[in-house]
Design a protein. Structure first.
Length: 514
């Protein structure tokens, strides 16, 4: 067996007939191997890093040929395997997740006809698998299945924007939602109550996706939303620069985030990247060698739910999850965490007065506390805490900084924003953060103690040189990183400079709430 470097060009040749005749689809998917054609007496095989070394050898023995291997990433290989076996009559019914970009129209027709039979729900299973695989391929954050009476909508949320993938027959809505419930270990017989579930699926052998599932009864039947989360630690941002935080703002934020006490808040609507920013900050606190930790830190979190397993990447962080059925709320969970001798605590969200007071008290007693709030801008976080019942002097004494943020789509560099196949005609690819940092200086601390409005706090911060979200958005658009239309779309809810901005942004009904 001859190994070939992964960097070499991968042949587009079809699998050899001999390979297809002696290697089943199930075997190829299980061991991640596929023929890329035969040249002379040598069979060229595509393999993944996870493919056992004995597999190419055994295939060579079976074919009575020399084999040459090209290493391919598991996701691409899984797609090629399924494409290679498409049309074969002997197709496994127990194929691994992600059958690839199969002929979706044929799957729809087969699934629709299959509803009339008592057995054989495999077409519906394959249809959902195909849609999930397509959602992963497009880097969608959510997959929506919405029944409308005369049809079923399939929609993806890509880079924060909801896009309709296709419309299915209305008869496919119930079986698709039932399949979703099976994945999430939910009660498929219960159709009158909302349900939540979660599961983990794999694409080939190299990519793991966590699914957070929500179903909701509507007039025309149940609808389901599946949030897709990369389970691998390699998919998580490693530093704040990769999130788009400007070079001049990043050291100022990290200076506040590395203090031994106080509270640091990240604000913005649902889906604005708050949790990702906090995870990245905690990763920096736990691992960055440039930060003088004066010893290891005991970092703990209470979240609802835990979106990424930080400890899976070797970071010594303990994560706990809210469980209201067992009496574990943000406030009670935080109180238990404080008995665990923590140095740094992250509270997923401050939703009520009890959580706000507990977080403030923790920050005043020698703990560094991170949390999130749903407010329009940084200054409004102050008035929000006061509205929750925290006395202004306590907010003044404990608050260290507030980071407000949004996510805007990046202009796709390859097509210069004109739209192409790679960006699915949108002209955008990926997102980056737009940030506004309020550092609580002595002057602002005095304003807070006096019960000043968000307008007064905002004006004082601007006078000291702080950039607003609008200013930062315009700067990014001027550099060509995003567009003015995209900035206007994302920041349209901020209102005028004279508004108090204290109202929390409502979560989109088309998103699974964090």
């Amino acid at each position: 067996m001859t190994a070939v470097e992964p960097s070499l060009a991968v042949s587009d040749a079809a699998p050899s007939a001999e390979f297809m005749a002696c290697v089943s689809h199930d075997f190829a998917r299980l061991h991640m191997v596929l023929s890329a054609g035969c040249e002379g007496d040598t069979e060229r095989l595509l393999v993944a890093d996870s493919t056992p070394r004995c597999i190419p050898h055994n295939i060579g023995v079976r074919l009575e040929r020399q084999v040459e291997c090209v290493v391919l990433d598991a996701e691409s290989l899984a797609s090629r395997i399924d494409a290679g076996y498409r049309g074969q009559t002997a197709r496994s019914e127990s194929s691994d997740f992600a059958p690839g970009e199969a002929d979706i129209e044929a799957l729809i027709d087969n699934a629709d006809r299959d509803l009339l039979s008592t057995d054989g729900k495999a077409p519906v299973v394959k249809l959902l698998d195909t849609m999930l695989f397509e959602a992963c391929r497009r880097n969608a954050s959510d997959l929506h299945l919405q029944s409308l009476g005369d049809r079923t909508l399939v929609r993806f949320r890509v880079d924060g924007v909801l896009q309709t993938l296709r419309e299915l027959p209305a008869s496919l809505g119930p079986p698709l939602v039932s399949r979703v419930k099976v994945l999430g270990k939910m009660d498929i017989a219960e159709r009158r109550m909302p349900q939540d579930g979660r599961c983990t699926v794999t694409i080939g052998s190299g990519r793991t996706i966590d699914l957070r599932i929500s179903t909701l009864p509507t007039r025309h039947g149940e609808r389901a939303v599946l949030r897709l989360l990369e389970a691998e630690s390699s998919a998580q941002p490693r530093d704040l620069a990769s999130l788009g935080m400007p070079d001049d703002l990043r050291p100022r934020f990290l200076s506040r985030a590395s203090r031994t006490s106080g509270i640091v808040l990240v604000t913005g609507p649902t889906g604005s990247g708050k949790t990702t920013t906090l995870y990245t900050t905690l990763r920096w606190l736990a691992t960055d060698e440039s930060f003088d930790r004066r010893g290891d830190l005991n970092i703990m979190t209470i979240e609802d739910p835990i979106e990424y397993e930080l400890s899976s990447s070797g970071i010594a962080i303990s994560q706990a999850q809210v469980n209201t059925k067992k009496g574990v709320t943000f406030a009670s969970g935080l109180r238990h965490i404080l008995r665990q001798d923590p140095d740094v605590v992250m509270v997923g969200e401050i939703r009520d007065a009890d959580t706000a007071r507990t977080a403030i008290q923790a920050s005043l007693t020698g703990h560094l506390v991170f949390s999130t709030l749903h407010t329009n801008d940084a200054a409004s976080a102050v008035t929000r805490l006061v509205d929750l019942g925290v006395e202004p002097y306590l907010v003044s004494a404990s608050l260290s900084a507030v980071l407000a943020q949004r996510l805007v789509r990046r202009v796709h560099e390859a097509c210069e924003g004109t739209g192409c196949e790679a960006c699915f005609g949108s002209g955008y690819s990926g997102r980056l953060g737009v940030y506004e940092l309020l550092e609580v200086t002595d002057e602002i601390r005095s304003l807070i103690s006096e019960g000043a409005t968000a307008i007064a706090i905002r004006k004082t911060a601007r006078a000291a040189g702080a950039r607003s979200l609008e200013d930062e958005g315009k700067r990014l658009a001027g550099l060509g990183i995003t567009t003015h239309a995209e900035v206007a779309r994302v920041l349209s809810g901020l209102g005028s400079e004279d508004g108090d901005g204290s109202a929390a942004n409502a979560s989109s009904v088309d998103e699974v709430t964090a």
